[in-house]
Write a protein that binds this ligand. Structure first.
Ligand code: AHG
Ligand code: MN
Ligand code: MN
Length: 339
């Protein structure tokens, strides 16, 4: 093979297994299967109105959110793809109340897969980037039929995490705990090709991502952090900041991975029963692992996301992630206020 020949995801994974010993055959299969499912979701998303997949499914998920047809379809694609390979013990998803067992007719493996099948669903019908987020855990030893409890492991226990963005191109971002690697879907060939190795998030940034319409519900340290940025050159920060908000976490995180920035979905006081909007197990944790592996930071504004001991599968957390120095500053403001 020529020295500069494109590296496919398959080759990348085989090298991770054979040369680096980072993964075993089951984890390699798992990633390949998830990537294949993402390809199918990408095709469905890309058909848009022609595929009859836009609009609401007129059902609700466990969190009381109305499901879009593509939420349901993407969930089914991931379930079907992962049922028969023998690499999983169980799956869980944003769109299912409880963990989904592997059907009895198939062998069971040692991994647990948790996913947000379609992130950014409010953007589906308006042709803006959406994505898939996933996290891989090990099934606790001796557990034959994993229930919710088996999944409740802190993010530090993830053995792999990734996301796909279905945007102007389809991109798969992956970490196996040794850096972050980016693959772009070659639509003609139908394969993911390595287009970025060991990507790093710049430590400093002048760009923030937040839904400003919630400002009146924020806590005081949160208001302080944003106010100081909005004050620009003549304010305490001494420089101007720019704002971006796609409302698809995958797209916002991908921008941050590419050129830096801070993404925030803080705790707000709109609904005191919800300590944030984003879900720990299949949004915050996988993204936090990726961001940390890329040299960034991820906290709830108070504690490191990856250290949280989950209490529920669909638990929500505040999220601050991206360029290290900004995440640390926002976190320091919260800690100062608490003290
Ligand atoms: P999902 O579509 O999986 O429910 O997630 C949507 C999330 C996240 O992608 C995004 O950052 C955020 O919700 C947007 O929230 P707002 O609509 O409140 O801006
Ligand atoms: Mn989501
Ligand atoms: Mn979703």
């Amino acid at each position: 093979m020529k020295p500069n020949a494109p590296v496919s995801l398959t080759r990348f994974l085989i090298e991770q297994q054979r040369e680096k010993g980072h993964i075993n055959a089951d984890l390699r299969l798992l990633i390949e299967v998830v990537a294949r499912a993402c390809k199918r979701i990408s095709i469905a998303v890309g058909k848009g109105a022609l595929g009859g997949v836009l609009g609401s499914a007129e059902t609700e998920n466990v969190q009381g959110e109305t499901q879009k047809k593509l939420d349901v379809l993407s969930n089914e694609i991931l379930l079907d793809a992962n049922a028969w390979g023998g690499h999983l013990a169980a799956l869980a998803s944003e769109e299912m109340d409880d963990p989904h067992p592997i059907p009895d007719r198939y062998p069971k493996g040692e991994y647990l897969l948790v996913f947000d099948p379609l992130d950014g669903s409010s953007n589906i019908d308006v042709n803006i980037s959406v994505g898939t987020i996933f996290s891989v855990l090990r099934c606790p030893e001796g557990v034959k039929n994993p229930d919710e409890k088996a999944f409740l492991q802190p993010g530090t226990k993830q053995v792999a995490a990734g996301y796909a963005v279905y945007g102007s191109s389809t991109v798969l971002v992956l970490t196996l705990g040794d850096g972050v690697h980016v693959f772009t879907l070659d639509r003609e060939q139908g394969s993911f090709i390595l287009t970025g190795s060991n990507v790093k998030i710049p430590e400093d940034t002048s760009e923030f991502a937040i839904n400003m319409s919630n400002m009146r519900h924020w806590e005081a340290p949160m208001k302080r952090y944003i106010d100081e940025m909005l004050a620009g050159k003549t304010g305490p920060r001494g420089r101007d900041f720019n704002m971006r908000w796609v409302a698809s976490m995958v797209a916002d995180v991908h921008r941050i991975l590419t050129r830096g920035g801070i993404f925030i979905y803080p705790r707000d006081l709109k609904d005191p029963s919800k300590p944030g909007k984003l879900r720990l197990m299949y949004e915050a944790n996988p993204m936090a692992m990726i961001v940390e592996q890329a040299g960034g930071a991820a906290t709830t504004g108070r504690v490191r996301i990856l250290d949280i001991q989950p209490e529920k599968l669909h638990q929500r957390v505040p999220v601050f992630l991206g360029s290290k120095n900004e995440v640390e500053r926002a976190t320091a403001y919260h800690r100062e206020a608490d003290a």
